[in-house]
Design a protein around this ligand. Structure first.
Ligand code: SF4
Length: 241
């Protein structure tokens, strides 16, 4: 596990690594770039570079954390990738179920597989489930998310590469928006972000604006119309202290 610089979480935990591209949002995948770097540095966990791998030893890690944390699961992979066996996904869920003093944020671009498997999994309230949606082409991922048994559901609209004027936010608790960063970022428009913020307000959904992105994301910052938006969803159910 590692401290995270991602604004909406505290730590990352990667029981699986590796992935493959599934839509336009994956074009400049950060996990792929980082995997190549860690592979070149000789890290054993990345010896197969960006191929999908499960790591049994990582399943022990959450049991060692002393203080309650907010944890982004699989910043370097997608837990619902078709090459991650259901038996391993169940093990990851068992670890999250047993460590209910922590909040685990799971994010996928495989909404169809999430829906297919969700009844096999134990959705304790400390597991927040989200889908990534970068444009209208993949908005159907939200329909899969809406139907599953997770208690807290969220959208990561990053890298936002098109407008999303007709979001159905029924049953959604949290929306994160961000622009693409890196060497060749695709542009985000202020109007798209303001429109999503207004849709969240209308539907009483927590809104988190992560970043404008661009080639210098520190400089472009995360201020929208003169203020920052860092709302978080209300915690549901019982989470042990
Ligand atoms: S789903 Fe995520 S981790 Fe996988 S290739 Fe796409 S952006 Fe990268």
């Amino acid at each position: 596990m590692a401290q995270s610089s991602i604004e909406w979480t505290e730590m990352t935990w990667n029981p699986t690594t590796g992935c493959s591209k599934v839509s336009q949002g994956c074009k400049y995948c950060y996990a792929e770039v980082m995997s190549k770097r860690l592979h070149a540095m000789g890290l054993d966990k990345y010896k197969d570079n960006f191929k999908v791998r499960t790591h049994e030893s990582a399943l022990k890690t959450p049991f060692t954390w002393k203080k309650p944390k907010i944890v982004f699961v699989n910043s370097m992979s997608d837990l619902f990738h078709p090459e991650v066996p259901l038996s391993f996904i169940k093990k990851v869920f068992e670890v999250m179920n047993e460590n209910n003093q922590h909040i685990f944020q799971v994010l996928t671009k495989r909404g169809g597989r999430l829906y297919e498997l969700h009844e096999e999994l134990n959705w304790t309230p400390n597991i927040w489930m989200g889908v990534s949606v970068e444009s209208q082409d993949v908005e159907n991922r939200i329909e899969f998310l809406r139907k599953i048994n997770a208690k807290t559901k969220f959208l990561s609209l990053e890298p936002l590469i098109g407008p999303l004027p007709n979001l159905n936010l029924e049953n959604i608790d949290w929306v994160i928006v961000g622009g693409e960063s890196g060497r060749r970022p695709r542009p985000i428009k202020v109007d798209w972000v303001v429109d999503i913020k207004n849709q969240c307000k209308k539907s009483k959904v927590a809104f988190f604006f992560k970043q404008w992105g661009g080639t210098n994301k520190k400089k472009s910052g995360r201020s929208l119309n003169g203020r920052t938006y860092s709302e978080m969803p209300k915690i549901k159910g019982t989470i042990a202290a």
